[in-house]
Design a protein around this ligand. Structure first.
Ligand SMILES: [Zn+2]
Length: 185
């Protein structure tokens, strides 16, 4: 497994809560290989991961938890050549923004960001490349400046039908504060 994954999932055997079947405390975790199929028809591939397998010594129950689903999801992302949920979250963290703020900056829907970061859906390749560009801080600043200037034009342009007056609306001020940008000259 790669470094990023062991980062998230230390390869240690831990005690887990009581067994869901017999309620004794003897549940241990062992990281074990798991193969699964992804895709269909000719594009179907077999992917291989390591997942934590929970095992109860008292009743021999073996089970997986949702962590396994996250690990499988990461493997699918790697197979498709797109950013994993953790990598997407790191890009947003780099801006120190909430989903709502990052959504205002990028134009990407908040719900989409939420789904990608939680592994509920996978971004298209176009969005993936857009997100990769945002890893470069100057691209984020550029976008913020563009939005600030657009807000100025559209706010006054829509309200008056011309661009001669500059009105600082609370919305624009908020936007400028969000992106911590200098006011455009
Ligand atoms: Zn048990």
């Amino acid at each position: 497994m790669n470094a990023k994954r062991s980062d998230r999932h230390p390869q240690t055997v831990q005690q887990k809560n009581a067994c869901p079947m017999c309620a004794t405390d003897g549940v241990t975790i062992e990281w074990s290989p798991l193969m699964f199929n992804y895709g269909s028809g000719k594009s179907m591939v077999e992917l291989s991961v390591h997942v934590p397998v929970y095992r109860c010594d008292a009743c021999d129950l073996e089970y997986l938890d949702e962590e396994s689903e996250h690990i499988k999801h990461d493997a699918v992302c790697q197979h498709l050549g797109v950013l994993t949920p953790t990598e997407i979250r790191r890009i947003r963290d780099q801006f120190g923004m909430t989903w709502a703020e990052f959504s205002r900056l990028t134009g990407i829907g908040e719900a989409s960001l939420n789904r990608w970061e939680n592994g509920l859906s996978i971004q298209t390749h176009a969005y993936d490349r857009y997100l990769r560009l945002l890893r470069i801080p100057s691209n984020g600043s550029y976008l913020g400046k563009f939005l600030s200037s657009t807000a100025t034009i559209s706010a006054t342009g829509l309200a008056r039908g011309k661009f001669r007056a500059i009105e600082i609306t609370s919305h624009m001020q908020k936007q400028q504060q969000d992106f911590q940008l200098r006011k455009m000259a």
